[in-house]
Design a binder for this molecule. Structure first.
Ligand code: NAD
Length: 593
């Protein structure tokens, strides 16, 4: 016999007057036991109040924006069974509300989880179907491997003889190997002030290059092996679309056509060049610089972004006199000025010069050097350098694929528009990584590669990352993620910040590195962390905690009450959170917020 039951807000912990942010049912709906009825948002988390039993919704007693506490009636339910005790609200911490927007219904299956991973119950439709992946960089090989793991027949086309793309072959990996060598020299030199002297290093550039190439070789060889183990067919060729479901594959003089069912474009990007530069082997891009042709006595780097500064760090450690010229008013334009200032101060001690708001107007190649003309107040009119490195950004490669043949078009920036499943305007062709909107970063591409493969296999998957961390592997490292202070101010966001200078970190002092800084940005309304940055040794590793905190919707207490091992640099993140909440004891008394 039908019973009428008034469903009330269950025990939700120590919270009162919690906001109703969503009403998930309407009168007349039939519900199953545990089906979410309304979503509440407290300072700590989003909470779904589930149905205590199966039944039909007769009346809704609350609306979005109401405030409720334990015992507040929310829904009248007609059930077939005796009224059951209201179940405890489920903490849907799995789906924390967005730091920026009200929370979404958290647990309605089979939507993807916030990180975009498919629901375990999702049906795999793609097993046995085929997919063509164009490009074997981090995005492409990840997509290919994931698709193969999901039972798809995968063909991976890569122009170069090895897999790994720019990142493994001529980018992230070789540069990090060389930067490690630079760091060893810098650290050894720094110890002279603390009583340990090694003398000047002898640099064997051939051996250093061989070691770096060996690191790359191990990784790319490993990828070939992994492709083989998964049954991924790897074809060395350049692919261009020839029709809606076909590509031509060219390798030298050989060309053939290949039909595909679905495709994932992972064609990457290439360095931007400056049109006024002469053809001269002494003018390099990042690929040329990582080849380590020599240690130039005097090197000019055009572009004060991540690549420019990483190469400045490396070549200055080897002994080159390095100048960086940047046309913007700040180095590393995307990061906050207070963090960049610390990096710039450290670089200024090692570089010959840093010219901001300065352009290179002309370069003349002469037998005894490259004569460079500058335009800007900070630089002299003309200087002579032994080599030039151009690091003025990268351009997406989508323009090289004859996309029109597949019915696709590029946007005004030359990028391939995609939805959050990484699908292009054609649902059966996906695009990921540098050729799509967003930062050009390998870790973005790998995550998108998994999503595209899962979507192609028929899984419910989406790329919904809140933050994509950026790292400049200079000395000190600079890393940031999520909302920056500059962006918050421009958007008139009501934020607060927690800052911890490393001069107060015992670990940093013990490393002789008191110049670091950790900064966290919080939403003043909810207390949730929205982003932050770290400058100092190992900042690139430390930023992972902050990225996780933002993804999980953590607030200052969540971070501060998580016990961080002492003495570590990771404590600086906890201390920055404590500095925001006013509970810090390791620093001068906190300012009133
Ligand atoms: P970038 O866009 O980060 O920086 C280029 C800089 O050059 C900008 O600051 C720009 O203002 C300046 N510039 C442009 N034209 C100039 C000119 N004519 N004169 C003087 N300055 C000029 O580009 P990048 O450093 O070449 O890096 C390319 C991409 O690769 C970026 O998206 C970067 O994030 C990515 N990348 C990341 C890493 C990493 O994660 N560690 C490493 C390398 C590259």
């Amino acid at each position: 016999m039908a019973q009428t039951q008034e469903v009330t807000v269950p025990d939700i912990g120590d919270f009162e007057n919690v906001d109703v942010v969503d009403v998930l049912v309407k009168p007349g709906d039939t519900v199953t036991p545990e089906q979410p009825l309304i979503t509440l948002e407290s300072e700590k988390a989003a909470l779904d109040v589930p149905a205590p039993a199966a039944g039909t919704v007769q009346d809704i007693l609350v609306k979005v924006g109401d405030k409720v506490s334990q015992g507040t009636p929310i829904v009248v339910l007609a059930t077939d069974t005796e009224p059951a005790e209201a179940p405890k609200a489920e903490d849907s911490a799995e789906t924390p509300p967005s730091a920026d927007t009200p929370s979404e219904p958290a647990s309605a299956p089979p939507e993807p989880s916030p990180a975009g991973r498919p629901n375990a119950a999702a049906v795999r439709k793609g097993a046995g179907s085929s997919v063509l992946v164009i490009g074997g960089g981090p995005g492409g090989y990840t997509a290919a491997f994931r698709a193969a793991d999901l039972g798809m027949k995968v063909t991976l086309v890569e122009r170069e003889p090895t897999l790994g793309g720019v990142c493994l072959n001529i980018g992230c990996i070789p540069s990090k190997a060389l930067l490690h060598a630079a760091q060893v020299m810098t650290d050894a030199r720094a110890m002279a002030d603390h009583g340990i002297r090694f003398g000047e290093p002898e640099i064997d550039t051939d051996a250093l290059r061989n070691w770096k190439d060996g690191v790359v070789g191990r990784l790319t060889g490993g990828l070939a092996q992994l492709a083989k183990q998964r049954g991924v067919e790897v074809i060395q060729a350049e692919a261009r679309f020839a029709g809606p479901h076909s590509v031509t594959l060219r390798n030298g003089e050989r060309e053939h056509k290949l039909d595909f069912e679905q495709a994932i474009i992972a064609c990457g990007s290439r360095p931007v060049s400056l049109p006024f530069l002469p053809e001269d082997p002494r003018i390099m891009d990042s690929t040329g610089a990582l080849d380590l042709p020599e240690i130039p006595p005097r090197l000019l780097i055009i572009g004060g972004g991540i690549i420019g500064l990483e190469m400045a760090t490396f070549y200055s450690a080897l002994g080159s006199r390095v100048t960086v010229v940047e046309m913007a008013p700040q180095l590393v334009a995307g990061a906050d000025a207070d963090l960049v200032r610390i990096l710039q101060k450290s670089l200024s001690r090692r570089l010959e010069a840093i010219y901001l708001q300065t352009r290179v107007n002309a370069v003349e190649a002469e037998p005894d050097g490259l004569v460079v003309r500058f335009e800007g107040d900070q630089a002299p009119e003309e200087q002579r350098y032994d080599r030039l490195l151009v690091a003025v950004g990268r351009r997406p490669n989508g323009d090289r694929l004859n996309l029109e043949a597949a019915g696709l078009t590029l946007d005004a920036q030359g990028l391939i528009p995609v939805d959050d499943r990484m699908a292009t305007s054609r649902g059966d062709i996906y695009a990921i990584g540098d050729c799509t909107p967003g930062p050009m970063l390998a870790h973005k591409a790998t995550h998108q590669g998994k999503v595209a493969a899962e979507a192609a296999a028929g899984e419910k998957s989406a790329f919904l990352a809140r933050v994509i961390p950026s790292v400049a592997y200079c000395d000190p490292e600079l890393a940031w993620c999520g909302l920056t202070e500059t962006e918050a101010k421009a958007a008139h966001r009501d934020i607060g910040k927690g800052v911890f200078p490393w001069a107060a970190s015992g670990r940093a002092l013990g490393m002789g590195r008191d110049d670091g800084l950790t900064k966290l940005i919080f939403d003043s309304r909810t207390g949730r962390v929205l982003g932050g940055g770290v400058v100092g040794p190992h900042a690139g590793d430390l930023i992972a905690e902050l990225a996780l905190a933002v993804e999980m919707g953590a607030d200052a207490e969540d971070i501060a009450l998580t016990i961080h091992a002492h003495p570590t640099l990771s404590e600086t993140i906890a201390f920055a959170a404590e500095s925001y909440s006013g509970t810090i004891t390791d620093l001068m008394p906190p300012k009133k917020r």
